[in-house]
Design a protein around this ligand. Structure first.
Ligand SMILES: *Cc1c(COP(=O)(O)O)cnc(C)c1O
Length: 377
């Protein structure tokens, strides 16, 4: 089956009792046993739940992975994944990552003896140099948040393999979604998502996911999900399942409008640099073209003038964190999504105080461009 067909059907079947075509929301904590020592397929909803299982198999199929696991947030998926490691282990992470991921890596996990090196993953030699004898994981995010840097995932997985020291490669695929990028096809071991964003797509849920590539990783991730209690609830799982049905249509529209907005901003005298992998001037454009089927719906740029008047003048773009929904959003990285990074860390990652990030929604692109045009005047 092709991707659009999978988006509608993967992981779902009509309810065996009623024939309901929409997967029911099994809003229950526990399941009655058939008999002594004879549970049914599910016994307790932290461990597994039928609505969540349906979402999990849909995600595994869409990413081309072995199994999927649904979490209560992107951060809970990421924290759970990091529990694959132990004290004394080292992680190489790309430096331009989601602010909450950075906070977990820089401020929380080092307290438990896990060390991190942050580097720009656009250079093979830099990555090789960052690997230490105790490196066990390489963390990538492509396109990255907020600068839309592109990482060559095939290069990352090759460097990990050549190191001969059991390095797990992880890709946060939140920005691209499996419609545009399948990290597993490029050799990545684990894919993580904030399903809060495009996979759900309607700005009405917080959720996360991990997709594995082997039975061993599946067993480990499920053990951790159950042991840590980081699972997604049934109703949220149902909302994300519903969102998945329209993922291809939404991503196509997000990307087409984002390309138009990026080109408009690129030509505008009140903007400085524009960051969008679909622009041929973007340093990662060629890798993105080879690795992805589309460039996504997030556009960032540096404003020439003051940030506040621009933000206040926008009418269609709402000033809010997050991305990936039908409503277009605008945010100021330094004071909002990336406030959890220190000014120095932001500077090193190239995130300026004039950086604006747009999440291009599903409105008419001409209205979006008009809105930006008026606010830039
Ligand atoms: C939002 C986001 C996260 C965190 O997800 P939550 O659902 O907010 O916990 C992680 N990675 C990326 C790339 C994100 O955009």
């Amino acid at each position: 089956m092709r991707f659009k067909t999978k988006s509608v059907h993967a992981g779902r079947k009509p309810d065996p009792v009623t024939g309901a075509i929409s997967t029911p929301i099994y809003q229950t904590s526990t399941f009655v046993f058939d008999d002594y020592k004879q549970p049914k397929e599910h016994d307790y909803s932290r461990t597994s739940n039928p609505t969540r299982s349906s979402l999990e198999s849909a995600l595994a199929i869409l990413e081309g992975g072995h199994d999927g696991f649904a979490f209560s947030s992107g951060m809970s998926a990421i924290s759970t994944t990091l529990h694959l490691l132990k004290a004394g282990d080292h992680v190489v992470s790309c430096d331009d990552i989601y602010g909450g991921t950075y906070r977990l890596f820089a401020e929380i996990l080092p307290k438990f003896g896990i060390d991190f090196t942050f580097v720009r993953l656009d250079n093979e030699d830099v990555l090789r140099d960052a690997i230490k004898p105790n490196t066990r994981m390489i963390w990538s995010e492509t396109p990255s948040n907020p600068l839309l840097n592109i990482t060559d995932l095939e290069m990352v997985s090759q460097v990990a393999q050549e190191s001969n020291q059991d390095i797990l490669t992880v890709a946060d695929n939140t920005f691209a979604t499996p419609y545009f990028l399948k990290p597993i096809e490029w050799g990545i071991d684990l894919v993580v998502h904030s399903t809060t964003k495009y996979l759900n797509g309607h700005s009405d849920v917080i959720g996360g996911a991990v997709i594995t590539t082997s039975p061993e990783l599946s067993e480990d991730i499920h053990f951790l999900l159950n042991g840590l209690g980081t699972n997604a609830p049934p109703f949220d799982s149902w909302l994300i399942l519903r969102g998945l049905k329209t993922l291809p249509l939404r991503m196509k529209q997000h990307a087409a409008a984002a390309q138009a907005v990026a080109e408009f901003l690129d030509d505008h005298p009140r903007t400085e640099e524009v960051f969008y992998p679909g622009l041929s001037s973007h340093p990662g454009h060629d890798i993105a073209r080879r690795q992805m089927k589309g460039f996504g719906g997030v556009v960032s740029f540096n404003l020439k003038n003051e940030v506040k008047p621009f933000l206040n003048k926008l009418k269609i773009f709402s000033l809010a964190e997050s991305l990936g929904g039908a409503d277009s959003l605008v945010e100021h990285a330094a004071t909002m999504s990336h406030a959890s990074m220190t000014p120095l860390a932001r500077k090193k990652a190239g995130i300026s105080d004039k950086l604006i990030r747009l999440s291009i929604g599903l409105e008419d692109q001409d209205d979006l461009i008009e809105d930006l045009s008026l606010a830039l005047e």
